[in-house]
Write a protein that binds this ligand. Sequence first.
Ligand SMILES: NC(=O)c1ccc[n+]([C@@H]2O[C@H](COP(=O)([O-])OP(=O)(O)OC[C@H]3O[C@@H](n4cnc5c(N)ncnc54)[C@H](OP(=O)(O)O)[C@@H]3O)[C@@H](O)[C@H]2O)c1
Length: 261
Amino acid sequence: MGQLDGKVAIVTGAGRGIGKGIAKVFAREGAKVVVASRTPATVASVVAEIEAEGFIAFGVVVDVSNKEQIFNMVAETVKKFGTVDILVNNAQGFGTAEKPRASTIPTPMEDTDDAEWEYTFRTGATATLWGMQAVFPHMKKAGYGRIVNFASGSGMEGFPGNTPYNATKEAIRALTRTAAREWGKLGITVNTVNPSLKTDAWNNWEANNQEFVQGLKDKMPLGFVGEPEEHGAPWVVWLASKGGEYVTGMTIFLNGGRFMN
Ligand SMILES: NC(=O)c1ccc[n+]([C@@H]2O[C@H](COP(=O)([O-])OP(=O)(O)OC[C@H]3O[C@@H](n4cnc5c(N)ncnc54)[C@H](OP(=O)(O)O)[C@@H]3O)[C@@H](O)[C@H]2O)c1
């Protein structure tokens, strides 16, 4: 028996990195997984990988900067699987709509670009809000829902050079707490994860901030940066499972002990 047997889960940004790891592990735990991401080829390949393991997946190409596409992602899910029990708001855009980037580039706050601020916010906090609004009627009707939103230690601790990213990630934590309070009585839990995990975004960010990131790694008592499937996804499975029903509004740190509270 899997921890997510029979549940229907949408994972945004599941084309690679943390989202892909979560999608694969969710499927192994018995969920019917909607692999929702921007690039059609990666959506198709993650679906194929899950199916090759003998599990159930359905691909939806979505750009989370677009409200209509987010609502369509949820509508497609309900059409295919009848409902949606779990939403992981993991996708996050960087750069601008015209020139997306693989991660943030260190920029002093006083030089923050309006277009980058707007796109980072739209693909972060705004997309997270739209996703939660789109799944809410289905979760309310079922009296059951698990929402996991992705924020960042960068926002919480105010890493320099990351103004739009920090602001949108902290807004996501505020959205999480607000939804957790409003929807708790309906059986819907809402939590945030602040990860430090080896992905393309991590590698790009490290390449642009070598000394700073080395300093962060030096502060990890466990001494390594975790992997999405091995060290990230199991926690998200637990948050999304029946066993997670007493935890809401929280920020969970997946960071090798670098930041403790
Ligand atoms: N890795 C870390 O240590 C770390 C630390 C702090 C926070 N986070 C947060 O954790 C989440 C996942 O990070 P990651 O490291 O796995 O990122 P990643 O390696 O950059 O992967 C991001 C995924 O999201 C998709 N995506 C980007 N923009 C999108 C959009 N507009 N619409 C739909 N999908 C989009 C990408 O699709 P494409 O393949 O089309 O590019 C990709 O599949 C993000 O919210 C990130 O901010 C990560």
